[in-house]
Design a binder for this molecule. Structure first.
Ligand code: GRF
Length: 186
C-alpha cells in the first residue's frame, strides 16, 4: 500500500477531499503534519482517525531544526509522496534534500501567474477572466516548481468573490486527489 503524508496549516478541506477519495482503499494517508495549534485540519484528522504531528515552529531555533524533527517522523513512515495542502510555510533544504521530487503542492491560481499567499485575491484584483488551480512539484522557490496539472474556468462578472472562492475550492477537491492517485499509480 502506497503511503502519503499531508501537511496543512488551516481548514484542511483539501486534506479531507484527499482522505475521502483515496484513504484507505487506494493509498494510506499515514500522517497529517500541522504547524498551527487549533487549526481545523486537526479536527478533520481526528474525525477520520488519521494520526497527526503538531508542532510549533517557535519552539525551535530554526527551520532546519523543526524540519529535522519532521524528517525523523517521516522516516518511520517512508511516504511515497508528501502532499502540501494549505501548508503556509516555505519548505526548507532539509525536507527538500530528503524528499526531492516527492513533494507536491496545490495553488489556487493558474501558475506561473499569481504565486504567493493570496493568489485568488491577486488574480481578482488584476481582473483576470479565466481562473483556476495548479498542482505542482515543490522546489526552493515560492510556487515555482514544475507544473503537474491544472484546471481552469471562465468566471462571470456577476460572481462574488465568495462564489469564486467556493468554485476554486471545488476544483481543488476534484483535481488534487486525482493527481495524487496518478502520481502514485493507484
Ligand atoms: C487552498 O486554496 C490551497 O490552494 C492553498 O491553500 C488553501 C488550503 O485550503 N494552498 P484548505 O485548508 O485545504 O481548505
Amino acid at each position: 500500500m502506497k503511503k502519503i503524508v499531508v501537511f496543512a496549516s488551516g481548514s484542511g478541506s483539501n486534506f479531507q477531499a484527499i482522505v475521502e477519495q483515496l484513504h484507505p482503499k487506494r493509498c494510506e494517508v499515514a500522517l497529517l503534519v500541522c504547524d498551527k495549534d487549533g487549526a481545523y485540519c486537526l479536527e478533520r484528522a481526528k474525525h477520520f482517525e488519521i494520526p497527526t504531528f503538531l508542532f510549533n515552529p517557535k519552539d525551535y531555533l530554526s527551520k532546519t531544526e523543526f524540519e529535522e524533527v519532521i524528517c525523523e517522523k517521516l522516516s518511520q513512515i517512508e511516504p511515497d509522496l508528501i502532499v502540501l495542502a494549505g501548508y503556509m510555510r516555505i519548505i526548507g533544504k532539509t525536507l527538500l534534500d530528503a524528499y526531492e521530487g516527492k513533494i507536491v503542492n496545490i495553488h489556487p491560481a493558474l501558475l506561473p501567474a499569481f504565486p504567493g499567499r493570496d493568489g485568488i485575491t491577486d488574480a481578482l484584483n488584476y481582473g483576470v477572466k479565466v481562473m483556476g488551480v495548479t498542482v505542482h512539484y515543490v522546489d526552493a522557490g515560492i510556487d515555482t516548481g514544475k507544473i503537474i496539472d491544472q484546471l481552469s474556468f471562465k468566471r462571470s462578472d456577476e460572481e462574488t468573490k465568495e462564489e469564486i472562492i467556493n468554485r476554486i475550492h471545488a476544483l481543488e477537491h476534484e483535481l488534487y486527489p486525482k493527481v495524487i492517485a496518478r502520481l502514485l499509480k493507484v
